[in-house]
Design a protein around this ligand. Structure first.
Ligand code: BJW
Ligand code: ZN
Length: 269
C-alpha cells in the first residue's frame, strides 16, 4: 500500500528522520531549480509578481522560433540576465550544498539553472540539464563560442543586441540554454537519470517541478526507493511523493540542516 503524503514541516527544526536518512545515505542527489538562486537576487520564472514569466513572454524569448524571429531581442535579453548572474553571489543554500560533498559518501548535483552559482559556491561536476549562460554556441554548426568579454552592460529587461557570429561558418551565436520544445542534452540527462535511479536520498530544492522531463526526476527517484526531501516555501505537485516537505527558503533550510546534522561545520553565511 502506498504511504500517505508526508506532512509539510515548517523548517524551524529539521526532523530527526531527515537527519537519519542523510546519515545513512551512500549516494545523495541534489536537484535544484530557480528557487535555490532566489536568495542571490536571481528571479525565478513562475513566482507570482517576481517571476520572469510575469513580465516576459516565454514564447517571444525562450523558444527556437523566438530566436529565428528576432535573434537580437533574444540575445540582448539573455545578456541582461547573464549580467544579473555575474553580479550575484552564491547564497547559503549554494554553500550548504557544496559543503555536503565532503559530508556524505557521494553527492551528485543536478540543476535546471543556467547560472553558475553552484560552481562558484564550490560544487564540482554539476549537471546542467537546461544548459548554461556561459556556453553559447553556433546555431548552425553548434561549435562552442566564448562569452563576450567582460560583464554585459545591458539595461533592465535587456535591449536588442545583435548576437556575435560564428568564426567557423559565419552563422549567429545563440545562448547555450535549452528552450521549450528542445531536447535536453543527452550528456546531461543520461547521467542525471542514472544518478537519480541509484541514489538513496534526493533533495528537490526550489523548483516548481512543472517542466518536463526534468520534473520527472524526483518521481523516478521515489519509484526506485529513494527518500525525496523537498525544500520549498510553497507547495508543489511533488508534495504527494516526497518523504519530507521542508517548507522554507532554501538558504535558511539547507544551512540549518547542515548545522543540525554536522554541528562542527562552520556556518555558511
Ligand atoms: C524558492 C525560493 C527560495 C522561490 N527557496 N524555493 C504539456 C505537458 C507536459 C509537457 C509539455 C507540455 N507542453 C510542452 C511540454 C514540454 C515542455 C514542458 O515541460 N512544458 C511545461 C511548462 C508544460 N518541456 C520542454 O519543452 C523541454 N523539452 C522537451 O520536452 O523535449 C522533448 C520535446 C522535443 C520536441 C518537441 C516537444 C518535446 C525543454 C524545457 C526547457 C525549459 N527551459 C527553461 C528556460 C531555460 C533557459 C532560461 O533560463 O531562459 O528552463 S523554462 C524555465 O523553467 C527554466 C527552468 O529551468 C525551468 C524550471 O523552472 P524552475 O526552476 O522550477 O523555476 P520556477 O520559477 O517554476 O519555480 C521556482 C520555485 O522556487 C517555486 O516552486 C518557488 O516556490 C520556489 N522558491 N523562492 C526555495 N528562497
Ligand atoms: Zn558555426
Amino acid at each position: 500500500m502506498k504511504a500517505p503524503p508526508a506532512a509539510a514541516t515548517s523548517a524551524a527544526v529539521i526532523p530527526a528522520s531527515v537527519c537519519t536518512a542523510l546519515l545513512d545515505a551512500r549516494h545523495v542527489v541534489v536537484f535544484t531549480g530557480a528557487g535555490v538562486s532566489a536568495e542571490s537576487g536571481i528571479a525565478t520564472f513562475r513566482d507570482a509578481l517576481t517571476g520572469l514569466w510575469e513580465t516576459f513572454d516565454p514564447e517571444m524569448l525562450a523558444t527556437p522560433e523566438a530566436f529565428l524571429r528576432d535573434p537580437a531581442l533574444v540575445w540582448g535579453w539573455y545578456e541582461w540576465r547573464r549580467k544579473m548572474v555575474m553580479r550575484a553571489r552564491p547564497n547559503p543554500a549554494h554553500l550548504a550544498i557544496a559543503s555536503l560533498a565532503s559530508l556524505v559518501p557521494r553527492l551528485t548535483v543536478i540543476t535546471q539553472n543556467v547560472d553558475d552559482l553552484h560552481e562558484r559556491a564550490g560544487s564540482t561536476g554539476v549537471i546542467h540539464l537546461h544548459g548554461s549562460f556561459f556556453r553559447p554556441r553556433c546555431c548552425a554548426c553548434s561549435r562552442p563560442h566564448g562569452v563576450p568579454a567582460g560583464e554585459p552592460d545591458e539595461p533592465d529587461g535587456g535591449r536588442r543586441l545583435e548576437p556575435p557570429r560564428c568564426g567557423h561558418c559565419g552563422e549567429r551565436i545563440r545562448p547555450g540554454v535549452v528552450w521549450f520544445g528542445e531536447s535536453l542534452p543527452v550528456d546531461a540527462y543520461r547521467p542525471a537519470e542514472h544518478a537519480v535511479r541509484n541514489c538513496d536520498v534526493m533533495f528537490s530544492i526550489g523548483t516548481s517541478a512543472v517542466v518536463y522531463p526534468a520534473a520527472g526526476l524526483p518521481y523516478a527517484a521515489a519509484e526506485c526507493g529513494a527518500k525525496v526531501i523537498q525544500v520549498n516555501p510553497a507547495a508543489t505537485d511533488l508534495d504527494a511523493v516526497a518523504s519530507f516537505n521542508l517548507r522554507g527558503p532554501a538558504g535558511t533550510v539547507m544551512d540549518l540542516l547542515i548545522r543540525t546534522i554536522w554541528p562542527s561545520m562552520p556556518a555558511s553565511r
